[in-house]
Design a protein around this ligand. Structure first.
Ligand code: SF4
Length: 244
């Protein structure tokens, strides 16, 4: 994509601080059902579900957790069984050895340092073994104490396409988003982008013609310049610019 086009596209849509309000409002209407897809009934179940969701789908996790949560109700239950038994119980979520080890370590720390209660503070959550910043952000946001913005593959792609960041590193993307997204929206903003990414702004074939953000998006392929092959009547192909 030519640089001059990107400059023009950014000028066309205007500054991100002015676009962020309408972006959130429109997505909130479009995806009123946007919410975490994992099923849980307690803080502990939320934490375990999010830990299990690494490298697999939420649907897959939801198939495993009903039986798991019947059997393991307290942190003590996870450390009371041989690790091989826990590995078998979470086997279908993949990477079961690393996940079982992380869950056991986390449960041990919850018992020893947090009276068996899942902490709310991001700084405490990231101390738990196997709990990285993304997991900690998901848990604290779902518990109503968002202290950051979850950046997954959809949030990364859409933030770039919408021109909210030019970064690739999730921590830097999160920092850019924190500067522009109102704090009150930190918890719901990732859900809105995730659901828009799944339903409309697909990684390979974004449906720009159906997108409610089309006039606010510098990467809309409806406005991309025609290539010589397009001019001869062939259809446009490929993803929109990621640089926004
Ligand atoms: S206009 Fe296209 S690229 Fe931009 S957010 Fe919508 S679907 Fe994605």
């Amino acid at each position: 994509m030519p640089r001059s086009y990107l400059r023009e596209a950014r000028k066309r849509v205007g500054p991100k601080k002015e676009r962020i309000g309408p972006i959130i409002e429109r997505l909130a209407v479009e995806h009123a059902d946007a919410a975490i897809a994992l099923r849980f009934r307690s803080d502990l179940e939320l934490l375990v579900s999010v830990m299990l969701s690494a490298q697999t789908t939420d649907v897959n996790v939801n198939k495993v957790t009903p039986a798991l949560f019947e059997k393991y109700r307290r942190p003590e239950d996870y450390v009371a069984v041989p690790i091989e038994e826990l590995e078998r119980d979470i086997y279908a979520t993949g990477f079961f050895r690393q996940k079982a080890k992380a869950i056991r370590g986390t449960m041990q720390m919850l018992i020893e340092d947090f009276d068996g209660v899942v902490p709310r503070r991001l700084d405490d959550l990231v101390r738990l073994p196997g709990v990285a910043r993304k997991t900690a952000n998901v848990v604290s946001s779902e518990l109503g104490h968002a202290q950051g913005i979850v950046v997954d593959t959809h949030v990364r792609r859409l933030s770039q396409r919408l021109g909210l960041t030019r970064q690739e590193d999730p921590v830097k993307i999160e920092r850019d988003l924190q500067r522009v997204v109102p704090r009150a929206d930190w918890a719901r903003f990732p859900h809105l982008l995730i659901w828009h990414g799944r339903r409309v702004c697909d990684a390979r074939r974004p449906k720009c013609e159906e997108c409610v953000l089309e006039d606010l998006c510098p990467s809309s392929r409806l406005r991309a310049p025609l290539r010589s092959s397009d001019a001869s009547g062939r259809s446009r192909a490929g993803s929109p610019s990621r640089r926004g």
